[in-house]
Design a protein around this ligand. Structure first.
Ligand code: ADP
Length: 491
């Protein structure tokens, strides 16, 4: 059964159950109350709906009997005495009538009691008990009678209780119940509409969204329309859709990246292989005739093989980075000594490439950082090899400035060159994997666009940051920020 149908049924149930209960009480009222009125109060008129009124009337009758006992019987027909007795009863909308034979003495204002009097007159032998009387108008009365002997004659004292305000008629009750039922039904219709709006609509939206996702369509937006549980659910659903979309896009990008990587690798391997083949042929065919020429050929072959070795090494490492399997060996590293060693290692290589290395290190001797020395070395060497790769063709000698300093709990290692620089449009992407600027693509050395993505990954795995600044034609500066090791952080 659909949820909206269930909701309608529940709401209808909410109307029907009270309706049934109301009808049952009404039936009980119609059956039980007249019986109770007949057996307990001797009332034949079953229109009386309020037993409490009869109880009150009985109480007044007993009060009247007590008053009668206190006074001599003759005085009970005295209008002044009746008026006195009336005073206490009037508060209860009751009054007394005294009568002897055909004469009636009205203790209260008799003008308004004409119909009561004519009723009493018409009731021959009015019994010593209460009776209900409906006047010709709409006013109902309860009338009780007590007989007594006044002198030689028999007299009667009537207690008349106006119950018009206390006896709602059955039709009035039914009218009120009908109004209540209509209000209940109206309320329920409004509630069904509200529930449809609040539950069925968002459910439908969620269902459509889920179906779209199942069909692989993630290009839609689910906007929560309320801040209730449904709104929250829709918000979570939208989050899930966005994440799925991101994953799908990532997977697509990954597939494209892999294709690009394969094409780059084949190109990057093909170039040195072609060169190696050419030089080997040169030696074999005797083109390199002099020993000096042969040495030059062999050095070139060695350098090309070395390029290939580096490329293969980088690719192997990239696959580790890509699958998050880089084997880190973190240790405490003395910052100053570490970068001093880097300088010592880089200096001869850079000198051979006709580069000047300017080295500044202002970090105190005892400052430590946590890191993997081998991977941090990869960071420095990748950055420096880019500086060499993208050296300026106009400058006579290349220049690299490696400067290390400490700033508020952080180690900042800046590596700045005077190379060709990076175009502003490329700068934001150089850390993306497989990103190569146009200059890189056309450069003789070529590039595969994974060097800086590896660098970024290693730095981030050290909880550090890396960023680049560059001016095309002037040079590039890469800054690596790493945390200083504080003994207190690790206690
Ligand atoms: P690539 O193999 O292309 O060098 P990288 O990830 O190492 O890949 O670098 C990405 C891009 O950043 C390069 O294509 C290059 O355009 C640019 N780049 C990086 N370092 C430098 C630098 N020192 N000078 C100029 N351009 C640079």
């Amino acid at each position: 059964m659909r949820l909206s149908t269930k909701l309608v049924l529940v709401t209808l149930g909410l109307v029907i159950v009270p309706l049934v209960l109301l009808s049952a009480s009404l039936i009980l009222l119609r059956v039980y109350r007249p019986r109770a009125l007949r057996t307990d109060y001797g009332q034949e008129d079953t229109n009386i709906m309020n037993i409490n009124v009869i109880r009150r009337f009985d109480a007044l009758m007993s009060q009247l009997e007590q008053e009668m006992e206190k006074r001599p019987a003759e005085s009970l027909l005295d209008p002044a005495v009746l008026a006195g007795m009336n005073e206490s009863l009037l508060a209860d909308k009751a009054y007394l009538l005294g009568c002897q034979e055909e004469c009636y003495f009205n203790g209260a204002d008799s003008g308004s009691n004409e119909d009561v009097l004519s009723y009493i007159r018409s009731q021959e032998g009015f019994e010593d008990r209460s009776k209900l009387y409906f006047a010709g108008l709409s006013n109902p009365y309860l009338i009780g009678c007590r007989r007594f002997a006044a002198g030689s004659e028999e007299a009667s004292l009537y207690l008349v209780l106006d119950v018009s305000g206390s006896l709602p008629s059955v039709t009035r009750i039914i009218f009120l119940i009908t109004i209540s039922v209509l209000a209940l039904a109206g309320g329920s219709i409004i509630m069904i509409g509200w529930m449809r709006l609040k539950f069925a609509r968002p459910m439908k939206q969620l269902q459509t969204a889920a179906r779209s996702i199942a069909e692989g369509n993630l290009d839609f937006e689910l906007v929560p329309e309320s801040d209730d549980e449904f709104g929250e659910l829709m918000g979570t659903f939208e989050e899930m859709r966005q994440r799925l979309k991101m994953n799908a896009e990532e997977r697509l990008r990954y597939e494209q990246d892999s294709k690009v990587l394969i094409s780059n690798i084949s190109h990057d391997l093909k170039t040195p292989i072609t060169a190696i083949k050419g030089y080997v042929e040169g030696i074999r065919d005797g083109v390199a005739s002099s020993p000096e020429k042969q040495r030059k050929y062999l050095t070139t072959i060695y350098n090309k093989a070395d390029d290939m070795d580096r490329l293969v090494d980088q690719l192997a490492f990239y696959s580790l980075v890509d699958t998050n399997r880089v084997p880190y060996h973190f240790t405490k590293i003395p910052v100053r000594a570490y970068f001093d060693d880097c300088r010592d290692e880089l200096a001869p290589e850079l000198e051979a490439q006709e580069f000047d290395l300017i080295y500044e290190n202002t970090v105190a001797e005892d400052v430590l950082m946590i890191g993997d020395p081998e991977q941090l070395h990869r960071v420095v060497s990748n950055i420096v090899s880019n500086s060499v790769k993208y050296r300026s063709r106009t400058a006579e000698r290349g220049r690299i400035r490696l400067s290390v300093r400490q700033e508020a709990g952080m180690i900042l290692a800046e590596m700045e060159d005077n190379g060709i620089g990076i175009d502003p449009k490329d700068l934001a992407h150089i850390f993306d994997r497989f990103y190569r600027s146009d200059t890189s693509r056309s450069a003789a050395t070529g590039g595969n666009g994974i060097g800086l993505s590896i660098v970024k990954k290693i730095v981030e795995d050290h909880s550090g940051r890396i960023w680049a600044e560059s001016r095309p034609g002037e040079g590039t500066k890469l800054t690596v920020e790493l945390r200083v090791y504080e003994e207190s952080d690790h206690e």
